[in-house]
Design a protein around this ligand. Structure first.
Ligand code: HEC
Length: 156
């Protein structure tokens, strides 16, 4: 599944981490005073970090739309550019201090999702069938669903 070499992968993790900017102090921020029925694990971000996260999410959604549209039209190559935009290249501009403060499983899920978009872009630019791309998209959506079911953001 992971076509990257070890050093490349390490570089990607580092780049991701470098793009995050939450100080370690965030970890000890008091929880929201309002009790919530939402039992998901809370991650704490500043407004700027949250805006960055949300922008990345909208890139994911746009890519998902482009892939679905390409599948419907059977024009797989039309999905390549948008899928790449949601890939590991979109982790540039994120910072290292933050990743250290986030739950490791959250960071790994984010990294895996970006890598799955890279893999889909690669497949769609090659000889992949619609069924191949549909399966890859399904695997990506499983990541979206898993993360959203597990985490929420506490704004500070
Ligand atoms: C590693 C965790 C993680 C993954 C993977 C993930 N998300 Fe999210 N996403 C979040 C969190 C956390 C929020 C909530 C941010 C907030 O509170 O506004 C969010 C919010 C969003 C939003 C709302 C953006 C906005 O402008 O308010 C969209 C759309 C979204 N995600 C789409 C997706 C899609 C599509 C995928 C898969 C391709 C995906 N997400 C994968 C964590 C994740």
């Amino acid at each position: 599944m992971d076509h990257r070499s070890g050093p490349d992968r390490a570089a990607v993790v580092l780049a991701f981490c470098l793009a995050l900017t939450v100080p370690a102090a965030c970890q000890t921020a008091p929880p929201s005073a309002v009790p919530s029925a939402d039992s998901r694990e809370s991650i704490t971000l500043t407004g700027e970090e949250l805006a960055h996260l949300r922008a990345g999410m909208r890139t994911y959604l746009e890519a998902t739309h482009a892939i679905t549209d390409a599948l419907a039209r059977n024009k797989l190559r039309q999905a390549v550019d948008k899928a790449r935009e949601a890939g590991t290249q979109s982790m540039q501009g994120t910072s290292l201090a933050v990743a250290a403060t986030l739950p490791p499983a959250f960071t790994l899920l984010a990294l895996d999702t970006h890598q799955k978009f890279d893999a889909l872009a690669q497949a769609a630019s090659g000889a992949a069938t619609r069924a191949d791309i549909q399966q890859q998209l399904s695997d990506i959506l499983a990541n979206c669903t898993a993360c959203h079911a597990t985490y929420r953001v506490a704004h500070r």
